[in-house]
Write a protein that binds this ligand. Structure first.
Ligand SMILES: [Zn+2]
Length: 403
């Protein structure tokens, strides 16, 4: 792929055209051939009738099934799903979803786990779920980059909700190695790695791989029927079997995260890492993954923050504007911009626009220089790495921010 310094965006949805070309296999085509629009907008695939319809009642039914109640609904759903011709209909999709929810067993410690980052989206989700009367735990991975404020938030909030908090700490040297492997992927890497880094993020992909393996092991060990994830809809459209839940074929298994994220990422590693050595087939309990915000609409930012502040949550000041828990997120964005001329949030925002949702104004601002410098210090970037990633030292970054 040739270097495109203009970092052109689709005039219609804002998708970076460099990303569009590599995802749709048109890497050799110049931007001018696209009349300024991405492949999706040009071929009229946008706005697949999603609407803002709430599926909260469906979610509540899934929860009852996980709790071992309403067994007749699962039996009926399985029967309906097998009827000829019903597969592609809304009823068929509903039947597929309901029959895919496993029931808890006597050995199940919880009905549900929440992939809990401590950030505002997963916090709001946890608060809503805690009100639903199910045995839920907040499961958090700390690879060494959680803001201390995010940890305090998690402790305060779970205490006031009466929800168990499980924090899995990872060896930071190991985690640093994974992040470096993510940062090392550039436009000259093999195409599948480039697609992965562009889609899941230079810093988020390694972190999410670690989360996927550890969460799968936890869900399996405790036989947890449901695993909730608080990714936004524009993010789910990347690669989480996104799409309107009522048109999906079944809820994805939590182990599908391993085949989707971890397996391809392992190819970026210079040597095998035991923490990522898990294959989807090794999970025996069929935990399903529930993308919460496909079922329940996410309120606008200020309203969401007010709702969780009532439980003792407060916005960290050292994470930049796109994350409310992670201190390496902005460095990841900066590395992506150097590598690919855009960052993860540009892609997520374009997906939101395609769905007719407003984009996050913070993404357009670019990475926060102070948070970028903090991330660089935490991971001990060498001078050579800083030069390659075009990262400025903290003092310059501070003055740049105040300009
Ligand atoms: Zn577009």
């Amino acid at each position: 792929m040739t270097h495109d310094a203009t970092s052109a965006r689709c005039v219609s949805c804002g998708m970076p055209l460099n990303y569009d070309r590599i995802i749709h296999g048109d890497a050799a085509k110049p931007a001018s051939a696209d009349d300024g629009r991405c492949t999706v907008c040009r071929t009229g695939q946008t706005r697949q009738e999603e609407g803002d319809e709430s599926h909260e009642r469906l979610l509540d039914l899934c929860i009852r099934l996980a709790q071992g109640k309403r067994g007749w609904v699962r039996r009926l759903s399985s029967a309906v799903a097998r009827l000829p011709g019903v597969g592609q209909t809304r009823v068929g999709a509903l039947a597929n979803i309901l029959s895919s929810v496993p029931a808890r067993t006597d050995a199940s410690k919880y009905d549900a786990m929440v992939l809990y980052s401590g950030g505002k989206d997963s916090t709001y989700m946890l608060v809503q779920l805690a009100k639903k009367g199910l045995r839920v735990c907040a499961w958090m991975l700390d690879p060494g980059y959680q803001s201390p404020q995010a940890i305090r938030n998690a402790e305060n909030l779970t205490r006031s909700l009466g929800v168990p908090l499980i924090v899995e700490k990872k060896d930071k040297v190991m985690a640093d190695g994974l992040f470096r492997a993510g940062f090392a992927i550039d436009r000259h890497s093999d195409t599948e790695l480039v697609k992965g880094a562009m889609t899941f993020g230079s810093a988020c992909w390694p972190c999410f791989s670690l989360i996927a393996v550890s969460a799968c092991r936890f869900a399996d060990e405790h036989q947890i029927p449901l695993c909730f994830i608080g990714t936004q809809r524009g993010q789910n459209r990347l690669n989480l079997e996104g799409g309107d839940v009522l048109t999906s074929t079944a809820l994805p298994k939590v182990s599908s995260l391993v085949s989707r994220f971890v397996k391809p990422f392992r190819r970026a590693l210079p040597a095998p890492v035991p923490e990522l050595a898990l294959d989807a087939e090794e999970s025996t309990f069929p935990t399903v993954l529930i993308p919460f915000y496909e079922f329940v609409a996410k309120p606008e930012r200020e309203q969401q923050i007010r709702a969780i502040e009532a439980y003792g949550w407060s916005l960290p000041k050292n994470t930049g504007s796109c994350s409310s828990n992670c201190m390496i997120n902005e460095l990841g964005r900066a590395v992506m911009r150097t590598r690919f001329d855009f960052d993860l949030y540009d892609v997520i925002d374009a997906n939101e626009r395609r769905l007719g949702n407003p984009a996050d104004p913070h993404a357009a601002q670019g990475p926060d220089p102070t948070a970028v410098a903090l991330g660089a210090t935490l991971i001990n970037l060498t001078d050579q790495e800083k030069k390659v990633f075009k990262i400025h030292p903290l003092r310059e970054a501070k003055s740049a921010q105040h300009q």
